[in-house]
Design a protein around this ligand. Sequence first.
Ligand SMILES: [Zn+2]
Length: 255
Amino acid sequence: MSRSLAFDSELASGKPRSARHDPCPFCAREQLTDILAEEDDRIWLKNKYPVLRDTEMTVVVETAAHEGDITNYTPAAWQRILAFAWDKWQRMSAQGRFRSVILYRNFGPVSGGSIRHPHMQIIGLKAIDYMQAVRPSQLDGAVLWEDGDVRVTLSDDPVGGFHEFNFRLEKERSLAVWADRIRELVCHVTSPAGGTCDSYNLFFYPAAQGVCKVVPRGVTGPLLMGYGLTQAPAAAEQERVRRELASIWGGQRGE
Ligand SMILES: [Zn+2]
């Protein structure tokens, strides 16, 4: 089965880009069309530039604030945003029209995003089940934090990044805890203490009630580009990360 999505370059050429200082389409809210759902200032709508063939592309606009991000939302605001996006992802997945449904989020100059305004993308794939190429071990790893419903791990079998943090939600009732741990990690990796990373992605997978992988981004390594080879943190680096995160998660499992 092919794992390539056909990309429409002609359609893409019309897309607005924040790097080019194009006007932000998500700030001009009265001009948005094909809205699927709204809740407070959150909007789920069809992507105006569906550049991937054999897909249905939708966007979750997280807030009316152009400069919003996980790092400046209140914990409650991010909980509501994540719950809204998670619900729409579940809803699209349950429709039965797609082989698989992707939920992901870009932030920063090397994350692959083109619009600064905080948003997530939910994409239904009609021909590809992306989970066929994802190993369970890639969504797990050394435990950094856990309670009964949420487990946070550092990948020792990453999909494509170096430090990949997996947030596994076992019970829907703990969606707020899941949101909190994700927010704390993003705040940490973008802070001076965590390396001042300026770009990251969130990738979601349909395992348990949902696995969110947070990937701080840098330049993509050549061994991955050329050979599909990933590089995982060695034991000493895993231990260093575990100790670093103990400063925000209390040094022990659970609360
Ligand atoms: Zn905007």
